[in-house]
Design a protein around this ligand. Sequence first.
Ligand SMILES: C[S@@+](CC[C@H](N)C(=O)[O-])C[C@H]1O[C@@H](n2cnc3c(N)ncnc32)[C@H](O)[C@@H]1O
Length: 224
Amino acid sequence: MKEYKRRAPAYDVTSRKFLSLSQRVAIESLNPRRGEKILDAGCGTGEVTAGILQKTGDDGEVVGLDLSQDMLDIAMGRLLSYKKAVLVRGSLESIPYPDDHFSGVVSVNVIHYLCDLEQALKEFYRILKPGGRLVLVGFCTDYVWFALVERMWRVLIPSHVRAYSLEGLSHALEGAGFGSVTGRRLKMGWFWRSMVIEARIPQDVCHDIRQVQVPGTLALDVAK
Ligand SMILES: C[S@@+](CC[C@H](N)C(=O)[O-])C[C@H]1O[C@@H](n2cnc3c(N)ncnc32)[C@H](O)[C@@H]1O
């Protein structure tokens, strides 16, 4: 990500109030517990990762995943003292972890960069265990003037793809199979308009569904 090569050194200083608020809301909503395995998707400089590690302790594991090596380098410095921190370079649209691996995923101020939100939600669904929870914090287009600003960013900022309304993102989550989808809008200072959405993988979901093609028949979905 070219943008973050440039922004990484000053990232933690600019828009400080907005960053702290969105990161705090995300950690409170996720409410990580001791021993949990959590993914911080688009971890940037690792502030949320560090906040979660303080809660999950030495029995847990927190993976910070990001596309930008410059952001990950800063995260590495921040997370040196945590034994259970793992940093991985990769994309939310193709997460290098097996199915049912994490009990929680959090992603703060990242979804507006995604070219394929549907694919990222599929990936979150795949790597979360049944009952696992997802917390997304991102810009919210439900405020008319902020929606206009966001439209301008689409033209002016090459890496900015699009932001969503609370209803739009909730529908996308439900479409990806998530249940218990709840969200609220967040006013952060006079400018930033955001939202937090929480969702869960249903407890009784069976991820082990394979497409089995019996010659001469239609394809069947069979649980292992
Ligand atoms: C605004 S920063 C947010 C960082 C962090 N979550 C925080 O709250 O400070 C957005 C981050 O998302 C990362 N990013 C953007 N698109 C991504 C993708 N498709 N996969 C992984 N990371 C991505 C960028 O490299 C950047 O570090």
